[in-house]
Design a protein around this ligand. Structure first.
Ligand code: URA
Length: 425
């Protein structure tokens, strides 16, 4: 049945509910180029302002899945479980997590994305490793899942192509921050990827899409329900993103930190979140009797990491690239770091070259921020607070400007916020 794009837009603009047929028609038409960008942009804005009912979100997600192929991972001889983070600053968790969960017996089919704006992307981080490929054929992907147990690579063009097109449009029309559109975007890709279980890390705070706990809870609940409706067992952790995760923000610097975690060390917050997410993933995979902390301590997770890097063409022993310039930011006074804002640090790393403004821009493997102090740490006047790294010194002033109001040193430490704020299942 054919509809008019204008009628669909006007229905949503005026607060009405779209039918299943209208939703499939418009998503299909947009993917095929019959519905124009400006019409879909108007509809996305109407959705952002008016919202969607649970039925509309379910139909929208189904239409996005139906726009492309659904992967068949049934030949993988291990329980399948994946993780998705809604994106944050210093969020390198996938790098230690995927090999860790694989080392515990599950298969992790991680189809990841690239960073946009101040949030980093897993593929950009991995590509800091000399030689590593993030484009794998379906045959390579399946073989690696069966042999190594995990693969972290780019999604093929045929996976939820409606989302690919719509996300690029939302990015330039101020329509990213819509809970129905974010939930359907993420879940359509994860359901089409073919995983059986999914743990969502929904970030909350200045460095995340969701600034408030209530919004994050609503997004998480919507995604958990979408997963259940499509036969993907889904659990969401709501985690703090008011301050960066770990001590590094950038590409090569985050890989180096992930390696520390795989070697049994690393910053406590990164280890805590990696192990907490691994436990949830192993529960969903029916492997709750395996302790991920053991697999980290014993070096089994590191062995899987090395096998994964090798399988994707990288050299696990190659040195990571290092930036030519370093600018140290020192504490202006003695005291306790009471604020180290995730968004400010994310923007600084982005301006140093670690991120991109448009999706076709290149990123620098070496640029980033290394934190010498975290929230709650004491510091003496003149000691280093953080380090800016870049190959292009002209970028340093803009990065410093981003940090201007992002760091506060006080007299007494604020109570520590928990890293894991809530769980939705
Ligand atoms: N990540 C996605 O994949 N989609 C969104 O809409 C937002 C974040």
């Amino acid at each position: 049945m054919a509809f008019s794009a204008i009628d669909v837009i006007v229905t949503k603009r005026d607060g009405g509910q779209l039918s299943e047929e209208q939703i499939h028609w418009i998503v299909e038409g947009y993917t095929a180029g019959r519905v124009a960008d400006e019409q879909m942009a108007a509809l996305a804005m109407a959705i952002l302002l008016r919202g969607m009912t649970p039925e509309e979100i379910a139909h929208w997600t189904a239409a996005m899945i139906a726009s492309g192929e659904r992967m068949d991972l049934s030949t993988v001889p291990r329980p399948l479980v994946d993780k998705h983070s809604t994106g944050g600053v210093g969020d390198k968790i996938t790098l230690p997590l995927a090999p860790l969960v694989a080392a515990c017996g599950a298969a992790v089919p991680q189809l990841s994305g690239r960073g946009l704006g101040h949030t980093g992307g897993t593929l950009d981080k991995l590509e800091a490793i000399p030689g590593l490929r993030t484009r794998l054929s379906t045959t390579e992907f399946l073989e690696q899942l069966a042999t190594v147990g995990c693969a972290v690579c780019a999604a093929s063009e045929s996976l939820a192509p409606a989302d690919r097109k719509l996300y690029a449009l939302r990015d330039v029309t101020g329509t990213v921050e819509s809970i129905p559109l974010i939930a359907s975007s993420i879940m359509s890709k994860k359901i089409a990827e073919g995983t059986s279980g999914l743990v969502l890390d929904v970030k909350v705070g200045s460095g995340a899409f969701m600034k408030s706990l209530d919004d994050a809870r609503q997004l998480a609940t919507t995604m958990v329900e979408l997963g259940a409706a499509h036969g993907v067992r889904t659990v969401a952790l709501l985690t703090d993103m008011a301050t960066p995760l770990g001590r590094t923000v950038g590409n090569a610097v985050e890989v180096a930190e992930a390696l520390e975690v795989l070697a049994g060390g690393g910053p406590p917050d990164v280890v805590e979140l990696t192990v907490a997410l691994a436990r949830r993933m192993l529960d969903l995979a029916g492997l709750s009797d395996v302790d991920p902390a053991d697999a980290l301590a014993s070096g089994r997770a590191m062995d899987v990491w090395r096998a994964m890097v090798r399988a994707q063409g990288g050299d696990p022993d190659a040195s990571l690239p290092v930036a030519r310039e370093t600018e140290v930011v020192r504490a202006p006074r003695s005291g306790v770091v009471t604020k180290l804002d995730a968004l400010a640090v994310g923007i600084a790393a982005w301006r140093l070259g670690a991120g991109r403004a448009r999706k076709e821009d290149p990123v620098s493997a070496t640029a980033g921020v290394v934190l010498h102090r975290k929230e709650g740490d004491t510091v003496t006047a003149g000691e280093p607070l953080l380090e800016l790294r870049t190959d292009d010194p002209d970028r340093i002033p803009a990065a410093l400007a981003a940090l201007q109001d992002g760091i506060t040193i006080g007299d007494t430490a604020a109570p520590r916020r928990p890293l894991i704020l809530d769980t939705i299942e």
